[in-house]
Design a protein around this ligand. Sequence first.
Ligand code: NAP
Length: 380
Amino acid sequence: MNRRDFLKSTAMLGAALSLPSMLAAGTGKRPEIKTSDAANGGSGLSKLPVRTLGTGKAAFPVSALGFGVMGMTYNRSSHPDRKQCIRLLHEAVDRGVTLFDTAIIYGPLTNELLAGEALSQFKDKISVTTKFGHEVVNGKGTGRQDSRPATIRRYCEESLKRLRLDALPMFYQHRFDRNVPVEEVAGTVGELIREGKVLRWGMCEVSAGTIRKAHAVCPLTAIQSEYHLMHRDVEKNGVLDTCRELGIGFVPYRPINRGFLGGDINEYTRFDPENDNRQTLPRFTPEAIRANTRIVNVLQNFGRTRGMTSAQVALGWLLQKAPWIVPIPGTTKLSHLEENLHTLDFTCTPAEWLELENAVAAIPVTGGRYNAEQQRQVGH
Ligand SMILES: NC(=O)c1ccc[n+]([C@@H]2O[C@H](COP(=O)([O-])OP(=O)(O)OC[C@H]3O[C@@H](n4cnc5c(N)ncnc54)[C@H](OP(=O)(O)O)[C@@H]3O)[C@@H](O)[C@H]2O)c1
């Protein structure tokens, strides 16, 4: 038995072991899992359940859980070397993940380069989504936004090269640009779609009003915003309701709250000042971490009687919110990848999820998710 077969068989054993707790805790029925070769390119690779982001011409069938590539080069302290990261990305493809998420600003550029090197060989089976908007000059982020039509076109050509693709499966506007009307951005991406350089598009962290204006010009496949048990703004600001009404998918980024809900971070955790923005964030000061650990404890207690880890509870809660929601957790570890994917083996009743939600909501979250400058860039 080679290593890959060994890993597959242990993964299957893990799933089998988790089954009794799932049946005992939940509805007693395994969720109906629909698989489709569309999300795996008919590759015969191991299958995950499929979800569809967007509708009509904008529809995008993908694995129910995606993979956020960002932390493999950017903002998550130390990471394994390139070879190890490529190996892990291949393991994710092997396990049926078909949605990988990167952006020009991650690195900058290094993350797209890694994704291109690791994943372009699977381009008929999987999709790598990327994002434009943050200005990058000579390989460095300037902190400004640039979504002018000519820049979008140039970034598209450069991303195609770095990702080694003929067409971008999906191109998101990373942050709203106050200097460029959203209709102009949508029109430019619409032209790129007609030219075959981009297949679908999305926007990140925008308001319900902006979503409506953009969608009217060029149908959106997905909105990507932060969403998890410690940050539920999209439930209140109309974004999720608008996605539901217009048939747009939703991709919750940072679904484990930058690792916090996984339970491996405590007040003594030190983040690398050279490569980790968590040390600049109000929610990641030692005091905030100490206070917010009570929330992780709620997830751990919920998981304990159901055989789930807190990361699985965090991801499972998002998945049950709507069938058009596809979280994109990031990891640098095979064990975490497998743990995260095994979330799909568990099911709990709506009443159980509500109990969890209420228990978490009873604990105030300490510290904002962003510093003042980052906060200024969202919600337009
Ligand atoms: N559109 C936007 O504006 C935007 C902004 C930020 C991020 N994103 C996207 O969202 C993706 C995910 O975001 P993220 O990486 O910030 O946050 P995340 O997925 O919530 O958390 C990632 C962190 O959690 C840890 N982790 C993963 N699985 C775990 C598990 N089972 N148990 C314990 N810890 C676990 C990882 O560490 P290990 O490596 O040790 O597993 C990593 O440090 C990014 O890759 C990026 O593609 C988009």
